[in-house]
Write a protein that binds this ligand. Structure first.
Ligand SMILES: CC(C)(COP(=O)(O)OP(=O)(O)OC[C@H]1O[C@@H](n2cnc3c(N)ncnc32)[C@H](O)[C@@H]1OP(=O)(O)O)[C@@H](O)C(=O)NCCC(=O)NCCS
Length: 152
């Protein structure tokens, strides 16, 4: 595989990020959500590109000494090639810049791949947010809050 490039996401990347999203989530984020995030002073979005095409992304909010992972996805044709691992590693570089002490995220309780990804980096499961996520059939699913303390 060609080398993956990790870059800051720009408005020009939104079409391809939306493709990754549609391919990855039962209820994908809208274009408007990403456009708003591009002008959110707290947000940093990174894209993983292969041959200049977006194959994955991660969304981060830096608030005080915390980093919140808002979203992460890799197009299903490119999974299990450590692209999410590269995105999370890139996140840690931004955490250094922001002097981050904690990284937090919510994940669907059924999402084994994402939970295993985060556990690989030392994230622990903290609390359950009951019925946090909506499913396309209007049922709900719990979120698990996961966190990692960073010792700088
Ligand atoms: C979760 C996701 C981003 C992982 O992307 P990826 O590029 O395939 O992940 P990586 O190849 O970097 O895998 C890293 C680790 O995650 C774990 N992992 C990844 N996919 C897994 C799976 N299907 N089952 C179990 N563990 C898995 C493994 O521990 C893996 O480490 P290893 O290869 O050394 O064993 C991807 O599956 C995805 O986009 N899913 C849909 C969107 C989503 O659910 N996002 C999470 C929102 S919180």
């Amino acid at each position: 595989m060609e080398k993956i490039k990790i870059e800051k996401m720009t408005l020009d990347d939104i079409d391809e990020v939306l493709e990754v999203c549609k391919n990855s989530f039962p209820i994908p984020w809208s274009r408007k959500s990403f456009e708003e995030e591009m002008s959110n002073m707290l947000a940093t979005y990174l894209v993983a590109k292969l041959d200049d095409k977006v194959v994955g992304f991660i969304g981060l909010w830096f608030v005080m000494d915390e980093c919140h992972i808002t979203n992460i996805a890799v197009h299903n044709e490119y999974r299990n090639k450590h692209i999410a691992t590269e995105l999370v590693n890139a996140m840690f570089e931004y955490c250094k810049e922001h002097e981050t002490s904690y990284v937090l995220l919510e994940v669907r309780s059924s999402n084994v791949a994402a939970k295993e990804l985060y556990k690989k980096f030392g994230f622990k499961e903290d609390v359950v947010r009951k019925d946090y996520y909506k499913n396309p059939d209007n049922t709900r699913e719990d979120a698990i809050v996961m966190s990692l303390e960073i010792r700088n």
